[in-house]
Design a binder for this molecule. Sequence first.
Ligand code: ADP
Ligand code: ZN
Length: 435
Amino acid sequence: MSNYYQKEIETASREEILKIQNEKIVKQVKHVYENVPYYRNLMDKKGVKPEDIQSVDDIKKLPFLSKDDLREAYPYGLLGTDLKNCVRIQSTSGTTGKRVVAFYTQHDVDIWEECCARAIMAAGGTNEDVCQISYGYGLFTGGPGLNGGSHKVGCLTLPMSSGNTDRQLQFMMDLGATILCCTPSYAAYLGESLAERGYKPEDNKLKAGIFGAEPWTEEMRKSIEKSLGIKAYDIYGLTETSGPGVSFECEEQTGMHINEDHFYAEIIDPKTGEVLPEGTKGELVFTSLDKEGFPLLRYRTKDICILSRKKCSCGRTHVKMTKPLGRSDDMMIIRGVNVFPSQIEAVLLKEGYTPNYQIVVDRANNTDTFDIYVEFAPEQFSDKIADVQAREKALNAAMRSMLGIGPKIHLVAPKTITRSEGKAVRVIDKRKLHD
Ligand code: ADP
Ligand code: ZN
């Protein structure tokens, strides 16, 4: 039996959800048209009036918003209400360029925290848990979002923020943390650090982890679950729509339920903007149905995934999204072949390496160069040249069969690649310097 924070809405029938969505969208579009001149302009240019939107089926008539719009309208151009009604500002991490800011009224903070509370309870959280939050606090949404959710569930909240790994581990052990929230790359680092200090996975009290804010593979999930002795749940979100908790995983661990009473999701063809049918891979687009401070309509996330309405054993009825394959921005085209960092991570972990790697792409003599630096796992370490060469050759072959092209593999000593405390930087693409 699953654990729900708001059972009635999380398990509502499709008809009930549609009814809520239809009521909210009519109001929201009218509100945005009247209060956000930037978006009113876009609607006018497209010849769409608020009266044209009578249900969520009509959302496809609305213009898209992109990160470029947010940058152009920075800072106040997409504000949906008077600033005096707002109580909070958060900002994106700036992973793909200039940071953008989002505004929240108290109502927006409340619904965001409720979404995070749903995620924590879906991971088995109750008021008996000690929830260690090791996402960054501050402008980044990870810490504040999960912190609010943890309070709502009634967990004993440990607001660690990221960094200071020694203190993280000390408090985790001394205070008996049972739920860990952080980026998957930081979770992997914490697992590795516990082992180095002589702890076995069963020595900690953790039972679950809620990890997100960056792409991670199923192989990474298995590796973290093993090193910390927990069940690892995915959580997704972005500052533009509020933060983490837009969608979250339940015990089935087969995709993340999108909180459809607050967010309407579409999948589009990133090239043409055409809406694609359920089950098709494409770019995820969100319409916020009831946010006041920053009410984005048809926001293009650049995240690539698939939606599914297959019945879920947890009892939740909200649509599920697969783990984002990565951002369309993350996709590298190397010698004409599309490569996602997540494919590389999957091969490395399958072949028994640790999730400590870096991908370097450059250009020499008009050809792309493609190098992967990866650490030996401590038990694999060897300084015999023949051993190293044999391993590098095997890994090159495994990569070639997955990707269609072979990178140059560089095996490096354990602990030589910088660990991440927040979002990991996996790719260094130096080609941009030459453009
Ligand atoms: P930035 O876009 O600058 O990184 P955010 O901190 O708002 O700013 O991050 C949101 C982005 O993080 C999402 O658009 C998505 O690309 C990525 N992300 C968030 N959660 C996940 C997740 N569970 N899996 C994969 N990617 C994620
Ligand atoms: Zn479910």
